[in-house]
Design a protein around this ligand. Structure first.
Ligand code: PBG
Length: 319
């Protein structure tokens, strides 16, 4: 009888909402931006309809109606790439300039910056390559430099995504030594070698020019290893840890949430976004329903924060 009564009560939306177990608010969503040099640039990424390369002025404009959004994640698309990824830590690099401009106009918006080399190196790997292999320790030095340059520009959190061993420790140390004790680390801790990243690699033109990322990203058959990686990052000083991708890895999010008492973020990645876009075929209602179902599932699994390319739309849907 009880079950029948509950079913009837739930026919009323306001009662259904009142007793729902999972809450998704715009404050849980982190908006990614791909920032390019120049002015008035707005170029759609072919494999990610509705997501753009934006110049800094257009990012500022775009943020005007980001209702309820509290945090953004910045990726830089540099003009030039080289073997050492040297554009990544320049004082007047595109990300560094973007941080300054955004902070000036939106001082309470939380700025998180991606710290990696794949978009900056000519060979599209997340680390410095020597003799066709990633040189872990050489890469750590560069990642630390990038992080300090972002902190200097005003970032609130830096987000190392290179999956190099010891990257959180190296970055924490460099930040502290340079007086940025208050800048947090948002670590891409459990990052799988996933096929769901392909659209993103078009966005950053960061497809590996040789080999793959399996030597430094996680094997999707492994769960215990992900928990070890998360534990290691927490021990090295991470303030927020991330599981990536999200939708095919809900079990990892769940386990991480059960095991660790630290905020857990999940990255609803480019391929997951593009799949929903394809499935909804331009039907806005379908897109909204699919996206909210997926994002709520990620939340239900235990993610406190979700990075999503649906971005601003979520704020509108949830209002
Ligand atoms: C690498 C990086 C990747 C993403 C963000 N940072 C993946 C990769 O190419 O290995 C993927 C994000 C997405 O697919 O949305 N630094």
């Amino acid at each position: 009888m009880q079950a029948v009564r509950l079913r009837r009560l739930r026919e009323k939306d306001f009662i259904r909402d009142w007793i729902s177990e999972t809450e998704l608010y715009p404050k849980h969503i982190i908006l990614p931006y791909f920032v390019v040099e120049g002015r008035n640039v707005k170029k759609e990424i072919r494999s990610m309809p509705g997501v753009y390369h934006l110049s800094i002025d257009n990012v500022l404009k775009d943020l005007k109606d980001a209702y309820g959004i509290k945090a953004i994640l910045l990726f830089g698309v540099p003009k030039t790439k080289d073997a050492l990824g040297s554009e990544s830590y320049k004082k007047n690099g595109v990300v560094q300039k973007a941080i300054k401009a955004i902070k000036k106009e939106y001082n309470e918006l939380i700025i998180i910056t991606d710290v990696c080399l794949c978009g900056y190196t000519s060979y599209g790997h997340c680390g410095i390559v020597k003799n066709k292999r990633i040189d872990n320790d050489e890469t750590l030095k560069v990642l630390a430099k990038i992080a300090v340059s972002h902190a200097e520009a005003g970032a609130d959190f830096v987000a190392p995504s290179a999956m190099m061993d010891g990257q959180v420790k190296a970055i924490r140390q460099a930040l502290d030594e340079n007086g940025y004790q208050d800048v947090g680390i948002f670590a891409y801790s459990a990052k799988y070698a996933s096929n769901f990243y392909w659209p993103f690699r078009e966005a950053l033109d960061s497809r590996p020019r040789f080999g793959d990322r399996k030597s430094y990203q996680l094997d999707f058959r492994n769960a215990q290893e992900a928990l070890r990686e998360i534990k290691q990052d927490i021990d090295e000083g991470a303030d927020i840890v991330m599981v990536k991708p999200a939708l095919a890895y809900l079990d990892i999010i769940y386990r991480a949430k059960q095991k660790f008492n630290i905020p857990i973020a999940a990255y609803n990645v480019s391929g997951e976004y593009s799949a929903i876009k394809k499935l909804s075929e331009g039907d806005k209602m379908k897109e909204e329903e699919l996206a909210l179902e997926v994002l709520t599932a990620i939340k239900r699994a235990g993610a406190d924060l979700i990075i999503s390319y649906f971005g601003k739309k979520i704020g509108k849907w949830l209002c």
